[in-house]
Ligand binder design. Structure first.
Ligand SMILES: Cc1cc2nc3c(=O)[nH]c(=O)nc-3n(C[C@H](O)[C@H](O)[C@H](O)COP(=O)(O)O)c2cc1C
Length: 190
């Protein structure tokens, strides 16, 4: 059977996929493949916690680029890593976004490769929270999300689902298809 050719929706787009320490991280492996299939060039950045969940090797192999996890490591030619990455991006996609990374971003922290790069970038930012229902419902998390929305960060809202703690609740990461649609929608806007 001949496969129908569908036009790619993300050609010539550079996406920084920022991965933080959530159990939902394994789903970002497939998301990365979906983004690449749409024509995007994807560079992965990982927090220290993220590396506990899935090895950087997986993201290296799937993206075809080295994974950035240490702001003090050098590129092949001399340049500052986080600003070089920040300037490359059309979109910074933080997926999954832990309660902790949301809090750090909402407070202007720049204490690792992810937060430094987001702060240095003028690209659009799309955040995909994934966490326990109580963490998501906490007033501080709500306030942090509201603050980031007020400065123009886009969000894909979590859904109700089975959480790793054993309960069903709000905070579950949405399906990759919904995240992909949001990426295309955010990048199509002026
Ligand atoms: C098994 C396990 C699963 C976790 N899942 C989540 C999660 O889904 N969302 C979240 O916000 N934190 C989760 N955490 C806690 C974070 O990993 C922790 O807050 C960490 O400091 C986040 O660091 P980062 O934001 O720098 O990646 C989990 C921790 C463990 C041990």
């Amino acid at each position: 059977m001949v496969k129908k050719r569908i036009a790619k929706r993300l050609p010539k787009k550079t996406i920084l996929l920022c991965l933080s320490g959530s159990i939902a991280l394994y789903k970002s492996c497939d998301l990365l493949r979906d983004l690449k299939e749409e024509g995007a060039d994807v560079f992965c950045l990982m927090t220290k916690s993220a590396q506990q969940f899935v090895s950087s090797l997986t993201f290296h192999a799937l993206s075809g680029h080295p994974v950035y996890a240490d702001p003090f490591s050098e590129l092949t030619d001399w340049s500052v890593l986080h600003t070089t990455l920040a300037d490359k991006a059309d979109l910074v996609l933080i997926c999954p976004a832990s309660a902790n990374i949301i809090a750090r971003l909402a407070n202007g922290m720049a204490d690792d490769i992810v937060t430094s790069t987001v702060l240095a970038s003028r690209a659009k930012v799309l955040v995909v929270p994934a966490m326990n229902d109580n963490m998501f419902a906490h007033p501080v998390t709500k306030e942090n999300i509201a603050k980031l929305k007020s400065i123009g960060y886009h969000f894909v809202e979590p859904v109700k689902g089975n959480l790793v703690c054993g309960r069903e609740g709000m905070g579950h990461i949405p399906e990759n298809q919904a995240i992909l649609e949001s990426v295309c929608s955010v990048l199509s806007r002026k």
